[in-house]
Design a protein around this ligand. Sequence first.
Ligand code: 13P
Ligand code: SF4
Length: 345
Amino acid sequence: MKTLTLYEQLKEKLYNVVPDAELYLKAQIAEEVLQWKTKRNALILGHNYMEPALFYSVPDYTGDSLKLAKLAMETDKPIIVFCGVRFMAETAKILNPEKMVLLPSLKAGCSLAESISAEEVRKLKAQYPGVPVVCYINTYAEVKAESDVCCTSSNAAAVVEALKSDTVIFIPDEYLAKNVAKETGRHVIVPTKHPERLKDTEVEYVLIGWHGKCEVHEKFTVEDIEAVRKQFSDVVVLAHPECHPDVVAAADFSGSTAAMMRYVSESNAKRYLLLTECSMADNVAAANPDKEMVRLCSVRCPHMNQITLEDTRNALKYLQYEIQIDKAILEKAAQSLKRMFALTG
Ligand code: 13P
Ligand code: SF4
């Protein structure tokens, strides 16, 4: 039997997602990436938001932040290339201090990670002495180093519950904090937004939040959902927990990127609206050719979209851009990640 070329394999998978001429060119670059991957004995991890031609060609593994962090710990390859954003590559480095971790673009940031500094966490801790700090994985190493435990969109509520503390500082995503508060029966205070509510602690369980937002997910509205439901009455709406709580409440399901992918593949419904980065809807559409994705593609993550096949090839060819973290910060940040694994598995 004839073995299919990479282009032919991608064409079979992506025929209704990527135009053929574009796919042909991308398959050629993907071939180069694979050659360099072998030459360098590297592991490539790809987040679920990577564009389809990359997502389905070069990563050894794809997944959400939690799965990729776990996989980063398991490899024996000396080099990890992270097709995702900087906080994800930093997480891989924190968990593998001896390995070389490469991020293909220096522009792959994250509005949440940039919303809080280590100094601001120290101030919060001084304001609320003894209160445990949970930081979302979408933070930089310095912030993880100041936190007691990390969490991801897959396990945020479980981490908060596992701490068994009436009051928890939860940073930096205001909407995720509000969604977790709802799930765990807590009251949220965002001191930077409402300093007058600082003493508002008569309630039994409190989450002290921050004002960070995901610049992608904050744009989705309840009106978007209503408009799509009006057009397609059978649509199933899935929203990432970085969306506003009203959006999450109006959706049929909320979960991490991996949980949303799983939901679509396991459900029998015909049509879905994914309120998250648009490339993921392309990846889900390719994996579920019998199901239709309604896409709101005006909302894109400018950071995830920096990672291209060309940059991934160059990362391997020129060994760029290597993640470097100060040893003392790395060791403290590792504690917050390890505590997350210890609390939730
Ligand atoms: P997940 O951990 O759900 O993949 O989310 C990462 C992210 O940055 C979503 O915007
Ligand atoms: Fe950050 Fe939002 Fe982009 Fe995810 S989608 S990487 S949270 S800016």
